[in-house]
Design a protein. Structure first.
Length: 203
């Protein structure tokens, strides 16, 4: 239980740090505010976290990762605040995350773990569909507002499933797991729920 509690405390700290970071975005004209640099840094940090053994340096990488995530979310947060939608989105994210967590904890047989391959396939399919939509929009000058709302809705369903999956995975490795890895999985679920629900509400 100490492992599970520590994981959720780490998740809470990560979400709070990301929220704080999003409130103080770097100047887009500066190096730190460059979107492509932020994106490249996120991918580099993800790979580093995957292959770094547990220890102080891994905690540092995780902290840096959540700060950079906050910077990438800053434009969406600002837009939702301007449209007075941020509170609704946060309540929706909390409701979905909390609901799926309770469902996963109630399922003592670990049935959500069976959906891992299907969830990954759904995520890859969604990414490919979004890329195809961008190509079509660029070549055919099509308005993707409605399609983006559909993608956001599907993404919300996929990451709601990931919350349940990662919750049961957390229980499964409670004896010998790595807190950073466990918190990272749940943190990415929260972030993706926020971006998808935010995009759906905004559209």
């Amino acid at each position: 239980m100490k492992f599970v509690a520590k994981t959720y405390l780490t998740l809470l700290a990560a979400v709070a740090t990301t929220a704080l970071s999003s409130e103080y975005p770097a100047d887009p004209a500066s190096v730190l505010g460059n979107f492509w640099l932020q994106t490249g840094l996120l991918f580099a940090l993800i790979f580093a976290l995957m292959f770094t053994p547990p220890g102080l340096f891994k905690w540092f990488l995780f902290a840096l990762f959540v700060v950079v995530i906050g910077q990438t979310l800053a434009p969406l947060v600002s837009q939702l605040q301007a449209e007075d939608l941020l509170q609704q989105v946060l309540l929706a994210v909390g409701g979905v995350f909390g609901g799926m967590t309770v469902l996963a904890l109630m399922d003592t047989r670990g049935r959500f773990l069976r959906f891992g391959p299907a969830l990954i396939a759904g995520l890859l399919g969604l990414i490919l569909a979004e890329l195809l939509g961008l190509v079509v929009a660029g070549t055919q000058h099509v308005d993707l507002t409605s399609m983006n709302a559909v993608f956001a809705g599907i993404g919300t369903l996929v990451f709601a499933g990931f919350v349940a999956y990662d919750t049961q995975k957390l229980q499964q490795r409670a004896q010998n797991g790595d807190v950073v890895d466990a918190a990272l999985g749940l943190f990415l679920d929260v972030v993706n729920l926020f971006t998808n629900i935010g995009s759906a509400v905004k559209n």
